[in-house]
Design a protein around this ligand. Structure first.
Ligand SMILES: [Zn+2]
Length: 154
């Protein structure tokens, strides 16, 4: 048991590497010229630092591709939620601060009956949506009445 509880920014960087890769794949698939914004939902039980994620995103987007030069990331925290098999409670779990450790620990016990909750939310990170700028170079310009032949010359 070495290094328990030591999570440096390495964690955020590896997570954001995946995010940026996914965003780039999506941008290419849609022929986007620029990525404007990436909206993330981050479960509080991931213990990812918001500041570190912003930092990692800014570093990675510069390495990634110019398509992401102006991209911003917005991070929305998702509260941990669970459901209790014992009493039927569903909802948020309580979170208590551990000021000694500068740490927030969600208590995953049912706030009603104290049994252990089955966690349903708060453990994952999702890309909620990506705002892309897609050049408008297809579609349109197809009004009816093209000028192909048909004009007899009397
Ligand atoms: Zn309960």
């Amino acid at each position: 048991m070495a290094g328990r509880g030591r999570e440096g920014p390495v964690h955020e960087i590896s997570v954001m590497t995946d995010v940026v890769a996914t965003v780039l794949r999506e941008a290419k698939a849609r022929g986007a010229s620029r990525v404007l914004k990436v909206n993330l939902q981050v479960g509080e039980l991931t213990f990812l630092g918001e500041e570190q994620m912003h930092f990692a995103f800014d570093v990675l987007k510069m390495e990634a591709d110019h398509v992401m030069d102006d991209a911003e990331v917005a991070i929305e925290t998702v509260r941990a939620r669970g459901s209790c098999a014992a009493c039927g409670y569903t909802g948020e779990t309580a979170v208590h601060e551990e000021p000694e450790f500068h740490f927030r620990l969600p208590t995953i016990d049912c706030p009603k009956c104290g049994q252990r909750l089955e966690l349903t939310d708060g453990r994952d990170l999702y890309i909620r949506d990506i705002v892309l700028e897609v050049p408008d170079d297809e579609g349109g310009a197809c009004m009816d009445g093209g000028g192909t032949g048909g004009d007899g010359d009397a």
